[in-house]
Each structure stands twice: as structure tokens, then as C-alpha cells.
Ligand binder design. Structure first.
Ligand SMILES: Cc1cc2nc3c(=O)[nH]c(=O)nc-3n(C[C@H](O)[C@H](O)[C@H](O)COP(=O)(O)OP(=O)(O)OC[C@H]3O[C@@H](n4cnc5c(N)ncnc54)[C@H](O)[C@@H]3O)c2cc1C
Length: 470
């Protein structure tokens, strides 16, 4: 870990001074004295904004105290202080939680974003908890290795993995959490735990670990030989009627059933336009993927020429926006096939096409994600579903917030009415009534509660949808 700089020392001194006025007892206690392991920030200090701003500008939580940790010792200190003051802890890494679960207003936010060292030991990738996806790609691809992660460059590796994690490589190598081989964690009691001493913790962190049991400081992954290229097809349809959009969706479901495992596809309905994306990375799949793309291109408005870029360039195309924006995104549920949507799809597509800025995206899962042997090894419980839907709504100004949320919620209720009740933990929604079962299933939820009891018996680490004590 690099040494603290002169500028950092100044920052620390400023925040300590400010902190002294707010928490006089804090500076008196030797146990929680600030040092090179940790920097405390309160709203009046200059660096506060950089660490308190979530990716979702809709979230207006103003933390009263942020502990920016530089290493595991810093995390332990933050935890000790929180326990001593009985402050609830929120854990923050990349800050992309849809509902702002990595912030709290009246407790302490433990920020691990500076713990972001990366190492490759043999074929194992060892990462600090603060690594962002673009840092993983930048580190691994030049070394000829890859871990199947998501696409957005600024998403945190911790949050992604602990809730599951899927992307363009997952049908070949599984979810990000399936490639997780070990974690280190400072638990709710302040103890350092390594999952090599407790397989149950590793099980829990594979899909059920977001802000629940402790603060993960290190994640260890199996890597794979990185492909050279990531070719893609992009097919666009414009000015569609609802019936045509539904017919295109039905065809997409039917056609993508035959995709090879190295291929990934996304169906994106945005207003009255549809974009279909197909990527693959194994040259032996070229013929099959081309024929699938040809079948899906019938009647398209435009078909982008197949891009044959090298992997390091191709992944950056999907990084998305870097800076925060307002949004309300939610899981639109898991599906086995088109039949799961058939009863409500006309009504739902009508609502999407008539709502400015609302997007309905469906991504392919399946392949290695569906491997039944992993049912037992991970808390992620949705392996029987080959597709995952996501509702997205983006806007620029606070004025639009209420209308946009109402529209997304209306569509989500329609989905619920047609029996879509299983949802992705990493696409949370506060409106979900039975979120425990929706994200984890009944059995896995009780098992996660036992883990909570073991590692955070005082429920210090919590957010609005964290695992409760049994
Ligand atoms: C623009 C965008 C694109 C996305 N793309 C994808 C995608 O391609 N694939 C996909 O699967 N998901 C995707 N997601 C969802 C993403 O996986 C989740 O939002 C994820 O939880 C974000 O993690 P984070 O670390 O950035 O966020 P944070 O807000 O920092 O954390 C999210 C949750 O994880 C917990 N957490 C974070 N770090 C730790 C830690 N060290 N120890 C314990 N708990 C921790 C937090 O407490 C919080 O509950 C995307 C989200 C956005 C906003």
C-alpha cells in the first residue's frame, strides 16, 4: 500500500479538526485515533463530496461521517469506532447501488474505494475491495487473463461480486461470484476472517454478501485465458408499433436459445426503438452467431457492420457514462422464456414505448450460469432462468423524479401481476414487498441469516434490504 502523501496528511489534519468539533470524544480516544490507515470526513471538509456522492443522483442521503480506509487496519479501526459509538455501518465500494444502500445518514459510511491493489498470482487474481471494473480489465487483459464481470467500467468489483455479477463472458465461465475463490473480511465484531477457514462465508458472499456480514477487504478469483477479440453485431429497429416490438421480442427469445456459450445478447426496448446486441469471443462460433444475427436482422432498420476489435478496445465500448446521473433502475425479473412474459407483454411494452426515457432491457444468462452443480456452492439462487430483465429510467433534473419513479413502479407492478416474482439482488428496488424471497429464495435467506448471526450478531452493518438476524 502506498504511503500517505503530504497532501493527504493535510487533508487528514483538516478533517480531524472539523471532526473534533463534532465528535469531541473521538480525538480523545487513543483507540480510534486517525493515522495513515484511515481518513475521516465530515460534510464541512473539502474531500467529503468526492466520497459522499453516489452514482445515482436521485439518492439524497447525506452521511454525517465517512471513514475512508486505506487498508484492512483502517477498516478495523472504523469498525471499532462504530461499535464503540453504536453507529450503524454502511459499506461503500463503487457507489453504484441503485437504491443507495452504500450510504447512511446517521451512522458511519466505511468507504473501501482506496483499497484497490491488484495482483496476479499464478492464475489467481487477488484484488482489494475498492477495484472498479475498468481497473480489473486494465490490469488483467494485458496479462492475457480475464474474470467474467459486468460491463460498466465504474461499477465496483465488490458490490458486483457480492450480489452475483454477470456480463458478456458469464455464459462461458459463470457469474462473477462463481469465480470467487476466497475473501478476507473484517466482520461485524471487528475480527479478520478469511473464507478459507469457513466455506459457508464463501457460499454467502457468492450472491448474498452486499453490506450484510462484514466489510470485505480482499477478493480472490479464478482467471481464464483472455480472448483476443470480442466481435459484435448491432441490429436496430425504429418506429415500431407495440405489436411489432412484441413480435421482435418473441423472435429474440426463440433465436437466442441456440446461442453458443461464448456469446451474449441483449434486447433493448427504448421508446419505440429496439436494439439487439450480440457479442461472442470464440472464433469457432462465428458461423453460428452470424446465422443467428442474420435471422434477427430481417426487417431491421439498420445493421451495424460486425466489429472485429481487440478485447482491450472492445470492452471500453460498454463502459457507459462515468459521471453520476439521476436514475431509477430495477430488476424486471428472471424469465425462462417468452411465455413467462406473454400475458402482460403488450400492456408493458405499451407503457415503455409511451414513457420518455424508460428502457426495458433483457439479457441472456444460461450457459455456465445454469450449471446445476453451482446451486450448492453459491447463495445466488436463480440458475434455472436463462434471461434477466431490467427496467431503466434516466433523467437530468430533480423535477422529473416523481413521474419517472411512478412509471417504473407501475411497470414493475404489471410484471408482478403476471407472476414475475424472482429478482436480481444487484438490481434492488425498495418497492419489492417480499424482497428476501425474491432475491434469495426462502431456504437461502434463512441460511444467510445464520451467517449474519455468526459474523454480525449486533446487526451493526445494515441497510434497508440487508439480511436480518434470525
Ligand atoms: C451503470 C450500471 C451498470 C451496471 N452493470 C452491471 C452489469 O453489467 N452486471 C451486473 O451484474 N450488475 C451491473 N450493475 C449492478 C451492480 O452490480 C450493482 O449496482 C453493484 O452492487 C454495485 O457495486 P458497487 O460496489 O459499485 O456499489 P456500492 O453502492 O458501493 O455497493 C453496492 C452494495 O454492495 C455492498 N458492498 C460494497 N462493497 C462492499 C464490501 N467491500 N463489503 C461488503 N459489502 C460491500 C454495499 O454495502 C451495497 O449494499 C450495474 C449498475 C449500474 C449503476
Amino acid at each position: 500500500m502506498e504511503q500517505i502523501s503530504r497532501r493527504d496528511v493535510l487533508k487528514l489534519a483538516t478533517s480531524q479538526l472539523a471532526l473534533a468539533s463534532l465528535y469531541p470524544s473521538y480525538l480523545l480516544s487513543k483507540e480510534v485515533e486517525s493515522n495513515q490507515d484511515i481518513v475521516f470526513l465530515i460534510p464541512s471538509v473539502s474531500d467529503y463530496k468526492a466520497f459522499s456522492t453516489p452514482f445515482n443522483k436521485r439518492i439524497k442521503t447525506t452521511p454525517s461521517l465517512i471513514a475512508v480506509c486505506r487498508n484492512e487496519a483502517g477498516v478495523q479501526k472504523a469498525l471499532k469506532y462504530a461499535a464503540y459509538k453504536r453507529l450503524p455501518i454502511a459499506v461503500k465500494s463503487g457507489g453504484h447501488s441503485f437504491e443507495g444502500f452504500s450510504l447512511n445518514a446517521h451512522g458511519i459510511v466505511v468507504d473501501v474505494s482506496l483499497i484497490n491493489e491488484q495482483k496476479l498470482v499464478g492464475d489467481q487474481f487477488i484484488s482489494g475491495a475498492g477495484t472498479k471494473l475498468f481497473q480489473l480489465y486494465d490490469f488483467l487483459i494485458p496479462r492475457g487473463r480475464i474474470v467474467p464481470v459486468g460491463s460498466c467500467g465504474t461499477v465496483g468489483l465488490s458490490g458486483l461480486t457480492l450480489g452475483g455479477g454477470y456480463g458478456m463472458f458469464s455464459r462461458r465461465w459463470g457469474l462473477t461470484c462463481d469465480n470467487l475463490k476466497g475473501v478476507r473480511m473484517v466482520d461485524g465484531r471487528g475480527l479478520i476472517i478469511d473464507s478459507k477457514d469457513d466455506p459457508e462465508l464463501l457460499w454467502a458472499c457468492r450472491g448474498g454478501g452486499n453490506g450484510n456480514f462484514g466489510i470485505i477487504t480482499e477478493l480472490r478469483y479464478q482467471t481464464h485465458a483472455a480472448p483476443q477479440t470480442l466481435p459484435r453485431h448491432r441490429i436496430k429497429f425504429r418506429h415500431l408499433s407495440t405489436s411489432d416490438a412484441v413480435a421482435t421480442c418473441k423472435k429474440w427469445f426463440e433465436t437466442t436459445r441456440t446461442l453458443p456459450d461464448d456469446a451474449f445478447s441483449a434486447f433493448v426496448l427504448n421508446g419505440n426503438a429496439i436494439t439487439i446486441l450480440i457479442t461472442y469471443f470464440d472464433q469457432t462460433s462465428k458461423g453460428l452467431v452470424n446465422s443467428i444475427a442474420d435471422a434477427l436482422s430481417q426487417g431491421a432498420t439498420s445493421v451495424s457492420p460486425l466489429a472485429q476489435e481487440k478485447l482491450s478496445t472492445a470492452v471500453t465500448r460498454y463502459y457507459g457514462r462515468k459521471t453520476p446521473l439521476h436514475f431509477k433502475n430495477v430488476s424486471a425479473g428472471f424469465y425462462k422464456n417468452f411465455d413467462d412474459l406473454v400475458d402482460g407483454i403488450h400492456e408493458i411494452f405499451d407503457l415503455v414505448t409511451s414513457s420518455v426515457g424508460t428502457i426495458f432491457q433483457i439479457n441472456t444468462l444460461g450457459g455456465a450460469i445454469a450449471d446445476q452443480s453451482k446451486v450448492k456452492t453459491a447463495a445466488y439462487p436463480h440458475r434455472m432462468f436463462g434471461y434477466l430483465g431490467e427496467l431503466q429510467s434516466y433523467w437530468e433534473n430533480d423535477g422529473a423524479t416523481e413521474d419517472r419513479i411512478a412509471k417504473v413502479n407501475e411497470i414493475q407492478r404489471k410484471l408482478e401481476n403476471i407472476g414475475i416474482t424472482r429478482h436480481y439482488r444487484n438490481y434492488p428496488s425498495l418497492e419489492l414487498k417480499n424482497w428476501q424471497v425474491a432475491y434469495f429464495g426462502t431456504e437461502n435467506y434463512s441460511r444467510l441469516q445464520k451467517c449474519k448471526q455468526k459474523y454480525d450478531p449486533e446487526n451493526l452493518i445494515s441497510h434497508l434490504q440487508s439480511i436480518s438476524l434470525p
